[in-house]
Design a protein around this ligand. Structure first.
Ligand code: PEP
Ligand code: MG
Length: 576
């Protein structure tokens, strides 16, 4: 038994069997095998060589015969490397001699060959070194039966398993949701990355940012995942296993206790009513939202609908999906328009060139949509049309300038005129709000508020941009601080500006669903929260135990405190 540590995400504890999934070019799993497993491991290696050869031949067969001689030459060179017994035999010998897994043996042998190439000062041989690397990547991919997509191409059933990967994109995570896995753990990633957010919505624990720890694991290991403490127990003994089973039971009892609050009001001790909404990613999540008796949907992240498929959903498909969601609820639903870009790539970032430098500051969300009307207009039309089936509001992510809103409103008018002209049934009056997630908007919220029907504070990005911390990067995650006075001040400025303009201000970032911050947010004046459905009842319980007039002066202190120890001690006073 040994333990690994990372950032815990999501609810509770999972106990399950590890399943390693791997993408070419990523960290290679390395572990010892027994003498008995050697022949099995060698046949895995041989099989991977054979499949890689078949894949190369298939690609070659699809190339037109004329005009791309260079492509043929590259594929032939790769086939020659693959068939060279030096590569396969050397790896086999390592499996046998060192009793290590096929991936590790192949990697070790390839490194030796690279060193040999690099010692010779010859441009031809160094170009062969790059070819060798590509061939090795292909075989490694075959070894885990995963050449292109990480999850989407796996036909296997992962139900109940713990997925172990170097990294998972949001597209991978949303695909895993279908597989009903029991947990996932990754080397990379931060706890407010979209991948982690999907873990929350799956109601499973996850651990991200294991900093290379996954290389000590192999498929078949028994794992305990403690999402609350960020701990992975590998092949635990019976005593530890029993202790975790007892903790699992305790969590279950606590969930049952919380369920008694489903129909209770979200009212503070001093009689202030609070709205609790949900964030959803997939249309079927509306059932979970309804089961928590939430006030409505505060943020429907529509971009997940665009992932893991060959073609984008057209207007009709989107209309059908939105209408289906709306027919299942009588509560308001805020449909957030597409927030693609940055870490949320349609294919998880696998298409070449999809990830740009500083993607979080690049052409994402409304910037992408206003740039590509062919992408945006079908969604706008579908939302207007679906709005006749329920209570819909539209929310625009990533606004940063008032003139962006001018362009947006101009476009909305155009869309409505077209729908009118084409005699579609639609709701021309639906409200339009904006996500406050760029600091510039929070600072000048008084200039944005009068132009919009509502605001929603997206703390996940607001914190990322305010503190200059990539929310996906585990290396700087320790700096991700929702209680930084700059962040708290921006939240307060936004709430105050909304109140002055007499429009509602909600919060849809992860901070809204963290019971540790509920009282701080109430003290800052927030009365409208939107969170993962699983957080609704714990937050409601905290609200019912809060006296806002008591916490307000303490929250005022937080706005002026920078010392981390003092911040923690004030937070403790707020929460007790
Ligand atoms: C946010 O940024 O806080 C937010 C709610 O949006 P997302 O997490 O989808 O970027
Ligand atoms: Mg955001």
């Amino acid at each position: 038994m040994f333990t690994l540590h990372g950032n815990g995400v999501g609810a509770g504890i999972a106990i399950g069997i590890a399943r390693i999934i791997h993408r070419p070019g990523q960290e290679i799993p390395q572990y010892k095998i027994s003498q008995k497993q050697v022949s099995h491991e060698i046949s895995r290696l041989d099989q991977a060589f054979a499949s890689a050869g078949a894949a190369l031949n298939a690609i070659k067969g699809q190339l037109p015969a004329e005009g791309i001689g260079e492509a043929h030459a590259i594929l032939d060179a790769h086939l020659l490397i693959l068939q060279d017994p030096v590569l396969s035999q050397g790896s086999r010998e390592l499996i046998d001699g060192q009793q290590i897994n096929a991936e590790a043996a192949l990697q070790q042998h390839a490194e030796k060959l690279h060193r040999t190439f690099n010692k010779i000062d010859d441009p031809y041989l160094s170009s062969k070194s790059a070819d060798l690397a590509q061939v090795i990547d292909r075989i490694q991919g075959e070894l885990v039966n995963d050449q292109v997509g990480l999850v989407a191409r796996h036909e296997g059933n992962y139900e109940g398993e713990v997925i172990v990967a170097n990294d998972l994109s949001p597209a991978d995570a949303i695909e895993l949701k279908r597989h009903r896995i029991s947990a996932f753990i990754t080397n990379l990633g931060g706890p407010v990355s979209h991948t982690a957010i999907v873990a929350n919505s799956m109601k499973i624990p996850a651990i991200v940012g294991l900093h290379g720890g996954v290389r000590y694991l192999r498929t078949g290991d028994l794992l305990v995942i403690d999402g609350m403490r960020g701990v992975v127990l590998v092949n635990p003994d019976e005593v530890a296993l029993e202790a975790y089973r007892r903790r699992q039971l305790k969590i279950l009892r606590r969930t049952q206790e919380l369920n008694l609050l489903v129909n209770a009001g979200a009212l503070t001790l001093d009689g202030v009513e609070v709205l609790l909404n949900t964030n959803i990613e997939l249309p079927e999540d509306i059932q979970e939202s309804e089961s928590q008796n939430a006030a409505g949907v505060g943020c429907y992240r529509t971009e997940f609908m665009y992932m893991n498929r060959e073609h984008f959903p057209d207007e009709e498909e989107q209309y059908g999906i939105y209408a289906r969601v709306l027919k299942q609820t009588s509560s308001p639903v805020i449909i957030r328009t597409l927030d693609l870009g940055s870490d949320k790539q349609v294919d998880g970032g696998r298409a070449s060139g999809a990830i740009v430098t500083n993607p979080a500051m690049g052409r994402r969300a409304i910037r992408l949509c206003l740039h590509d009307l062919g992408l945006f207009k079908p969604q706008l039309r579908a939302i207007y049309r679906a709005a006749v089936h329920g209570n819909v509001k539209m929310m625009i992510p990533m606004i940063s300038r008032v003139d962006e809103l001018d362009r947006l409103f101009f476009l909305l008018e155009e869309v409505k005129q077209e729908l009118q002209y084409q005699s579609f049934d639609f709701d021309p009056d639906l409200q339009v709000g904006g996500v406050v997630e760029v600091p510039a908007v929070a600072i000048a919220a008084d200039l944005f508020a009068p132009r919009l029907d509502f605001l929603s504070i997206g703390t996940n990005d607001l914190i990322q941009y305010t503190l200059a911390i990539d929310r996906v990067d585990d290396e700087v995650n320790y700096l991700y601080d929702p209680l930084h006075p700059s962040v708290l001040r921006l939240i307060k400025m936004t709430i105050d500006a909304g109140n002055a303009a007499n429009i509602p201000v909600s919060m849809c970032g992860e901070m809204a669903g963290d019971v540790g911050f509920t009282r701080v947010l109430l003290g800052l004046g927030l009365r409208d929260f939107s969170m993962d459905p699983a957080a609704v009842l714990p937050v409601k319980q905290q609200i019912r135990l809060t006296d806002i007039s008591r916490v307000r002066p303490l929250v005022d202190m937080l706005l002026k405190t920078t010392d981390p120890e003092q911040v923690q001690s004030i937070l403790q006073r707020i929460n007790h």
